[in-house]
Design a protein around this ligand. Structure first.
Ligand SMILES: Nc1ncnc2c1ncn2[C@@H]1O[C@H](COP(=O)(O)OP(=O)(O)O)[C@@H](O)[C@H]1O
Ligand SMILES: Cc1cn([C@H]2C[C@H](O)[C@@H](COP(=O)(O)OP(=O)(O)O)O2)c(=O)[nH]c1=O
Length: 208
């Protein structure tokens, strides 16, 4: 994005470790003195809260529009201002989530793409994947709060496949994308890998 900050997005299937890694990356950057904002989608705005808690009521096109509205509001009110202030914004889920989850919810892929076409590509997008059975177990142990969290082997496999398929498509569209396929390594190792990728793209400055 054309702003002094850095927009980092963490993506991947439910249970892969996005929330955990986002927290670790945030804490490490904050400890190093960098200005950093950790955030997530759906956001904490009223629209985001409606999307997050409403996946049983809102489905298909309605949910697609709700999460897109939340995304544009989030960009306008939170992400954009933080980037203009020079912060590193670490966001748990973004456009790729819609390209996967809305498609799984029966929404035409082209419509989901068009709905999100004005959301700018991040400076770096990390897509985490891993063996669907391991991811499913982690998601199950953590517990479910959304219709998309249901414990279903077929859905977990489809989510994994769709994220993997997105990688080349997003790269062709000019997105800077880091794909990491997780094994048994701890979340701290994944966070370190992401921090290395971030630092190689955003060399340290004396004011950060
Ligand atoms: N690298 C890891 N190794 C083992 N467990 C992990 C790892 N990363 C996350 N977890 C655990 O897996 C569960 C799901 O992680 P979470 O960060 O909530 O995933 P997501 O945000 O992608 O849905 C949590 O209980 C978390 O503590
Ligand atoms: C970001 C996003 C979320 N959602 C919906 C489905 C998700 O399960 C739900 C909540 O996001 P999720 O990250 O699964 O929540 P949690 O932090 O509780 O694990 O929002 C979409 O349908 N599309 C999107 O693009």
């Amino acid at each position: 994005m054309n702003a002094p900050g850095f927009f980092l997005v963490i993506e991947g299937p439910s249970g892969i470790g996005k929330t955990t890694v986002t927290g670790l990356v945030h804490d490490e950057l904050q400890a190093s003195g960098a200005p950093v904002l950790a955030t997530k989608e759906p956001s904490t705005s009223p629209i985001g809260a409606m999307a997050r808690s409403g996946t049983h009521d809102y489905r298909g096109l309605a949910l697609a529009c709700l999460v897109a509205a939340d995304r544009y509001h989030h960009l306008d009110q939170e992400i954009g201002p933080a980037l203009r202030d020079g912060a590193i914004v670490v966001c748990d889920r973004y456009v790729p989530s819609s390209l996967v989850l809305q498609a799984l919810d029966g929404v035409d892929a082209e419509f989901a793409r068009q709905l999100n076409q004005h959301a700018p590509p991040p400076d770096l997008t990390v897509i985490l994947t891993g063996a669907p059975e391991r991811t499913r177990k982690r998601a199950r142990d953590r517990g479910a709060s959304s219709r998309f969290h249901r414990d279903d082997a077929t859905r977990h496999a489809a989510e994994d496949r769709m994220y993997r398929a997105l990688i080349s498509e997003l790269r062709k569209g000019g997105w800077d994308l880091l794909h990491h396929d997780l094994g048994d390594e701890p979340a701290a190792d994944v966070a370190r890998l992401i921090l290395d990728a971030l630092r190689s793209r955003r060399p340290a400055r004396s004011d950060r």
